[in-house]
Design a protein. Structure first.
Length: 363
C-alpha cells in the first residue's frame, strides 16, 4: 500500500494536525510493505525519517498571508509526480481550508487514487480579526465545501467534527478517533506542580480565561506554545499577579516532560476538533480542566474523569480549577479514570481501516 499525504505542516512544526499525521504515518509503516510519501511546506529544520526509506518527504516553499495558512508558492503537484516508488493507492488531505487539501484531490483524480480527506475541525474558524474570520467563512462555503464533497471519503476525528462536516457540506463522515499509546508510567502528582497550558497562543484557545482562572490561587502557569496573542496573555498574567512562564514552541518529548511536572492541564478553548493535547494529558493521567467543545467530551466526559465546563464561562472555569487544586486526591482519581478510558477507546487501527477500507494496492 502506497499512501501519499498532502499535509500543510509536518514535524518539527508544532501543532495537533501535524502530530496526528506523523503518528498515523508511523503506525502505517509498522505494516509490512507499506510506503508513505509526504508533500508538505518547508520548515527550515530537519524532517523525520522512516524505516528502510519507506517514508519519503518532499517540501515546497509556502507563503502565509494568514498565520498558519501555508499557501504554496511552488506546485505541490509537481513534487508529488516526482516521487519514486509504486503507484499511489490512497491520497490523504487534512482540514478543508488548506490549499493542500484541494490539491490533494486534483492529484488523486489525475492518478486514479482514492482521495480520503481527514477533517480535524469542529466549527468555523474562530480566531483572528473579523476580516480574517469573514474570509475564512467565505472559503468554507466555497472551496472548503468542495473539498468535503469532492473527497471519496471523509474521516472525522470526532463526532463533533462529523456533525460540523454534515452541517457545512451534507456529507456523512466516518468517525475514527486518533489512536494513542499509553505511556508506560502514569502521571504521579509531583509536589509543587504548576498548571499547564499547551497550544497556539490565540484568543480562541482561551488563553485569557486560562490566566484568569488562576487568579488568587497561588498556583503558577507554564505556557507551551507561541502565537500572535502571546503579549496579551503575558499582560493578563502580569495584571492579575499570576506567575506565568512562557516556554515557546517545543517538541513532543518536551511537552510530555512538562505534563509530568504539572499539577493539571488547562484547556479552555472556544472551538476544537479532537484536541491532541487533551488526549495526551488524559493518556498520561494528568488531570484535565477543559471546555465542552468539539470532541473534547469524547476524551473527558467531565463526570468522573476530569472537569468539563461551557466555553467562555469564566465563573464555571474558575470553580472547576479551584476544585481540582483543592482536592488533589480527587484530581488524581479522575486523571487515572481518563487514562483508562483513552486506552480503551482510541485506536490507530480503526483510523487506518477507515482510510483504506476497500482499497486494493496496485503494486
Amino acid at each position: 500500500m502506497h499512501v501519499l499525504d498532502f499535509t500543510t505542516f509536518y514535524p518539527p512544526h508544532v501543532g495537533g494536525v501535524e502530530a496526528f499525521a506523523a503518528a498515523l504515518h508511523q503506525e502505517m509503516l509498522r505494516r509490512p510493505g507499506w510506503r508513505v510519501s509526504v508533500v508538505t511546506s518547508e520548515q527550515g529544520q530537519p524532517l523525520p525519517s522512516g524505516p528502510e526509506g519507506r517514508l519519503q518527504i518532499r517540501t515546497y516553499p509556502a507563503w502565509a498571508p494568514v498565520s498558519g495558512f501555508g499557501a504554496p508558492t511552488r506546485s505541490p503537484l509537481a513534487l508529488a509526480r516526482e516521487l519514486p516508488g509504486p503507484p499511489v493507492d490512497v491520497v490523504l488531505s487534512h482540514t478543508r481550508f488548506y490549499p493542500a487539501s484541494w490539491l490533494a484531490g486534483r492529484f488523486a483524480r489525475r492518478h486514479r487514487a482514492r482521495w480520503v480527506h481527514i477533517e480535524h475541525g469542529g466549527s468555523a474558524v474562530a480566531s483572528g480579526p473579523l476580516p480574517v474570520r469573514a474570509v475564512a467563512a467565505g472559503y468554507d462555503r466555497t472551496l472548503g465545501r468542495s473539498v468535503l464533497r469532492g473527497a471519496d471519503r471523509v474521516v472525522s476525528v470526532s463526532t463533533g467534527s462529523a456533525e460540523f462536516v454534515r452541517e457545512l457540506s451534507g456529507v456523512e463522515a466516518v468517525v475514527a478517533r486518533r489512536g494513542i499509546t499509553l505511556p508506560e508510567s502514569p502521571w504521579s502528582n509531583p509536589p509543587g506542580g504548576r498548571a499547564l497550558f499547551v497550544g497556539r497562543l490565540v484568543r480562541s484557545k482561551g488563553i485569557i480565561e486560562a490566566v484568569s482562572a488562576l487568579r488568587d490561587t497561588g498556583v503558577g502557569l507554564d505556557v507551551v506554545g507561541e502565537g500572535p496573542d502571546a503579549s496579551s496573555m503575558e499582560k493578563q498574567a502580569a495584571d492579575l499577579g499570576v506567575e506565568a512562564r512562557f516556554h515557546g514552541a517545543v517538541d513532543g518529548s518536551t511537552v510530555a516532560a512538562h505534563m509530568r511536572r504539572a499539577r493539571l492541564l488547562l484547556h479552555p478553548s472556544h472551538t476544537e476538533g479532537l484536541p491532541t493535547v487533551v488526549l495526551e494529558a488524559a493518556a498520561l493521567g494528568l488531570p484535565v480542566v477543559a471546555t465542552d467543545v468539539g470532541g473534547t467530551r469524547e476524551i473527558v466526559s467531565g463526570t468522573d474523569d476530569g472537569w468539563l465546563v461551557p466555553a467562555r464561562d469564566q465563573a464555571r472555569l474558575d470553580a472547576a480549577v479551584r476544585e481540582a487544586l483543592a482536592a488533589p486526591e480527587l484530581a488524581s482519581t479522575r486523571g487515572a479514570t481518563a487514562r483508562a478510558g483513552v486506552g480503551e477507546h482510541f485506536s490507530w487501527d480503526a483510523v487506518i481501516d477507515a482510510i483504506t477500507e476497500g482499497v486494493v494496492p496496485r503494486a
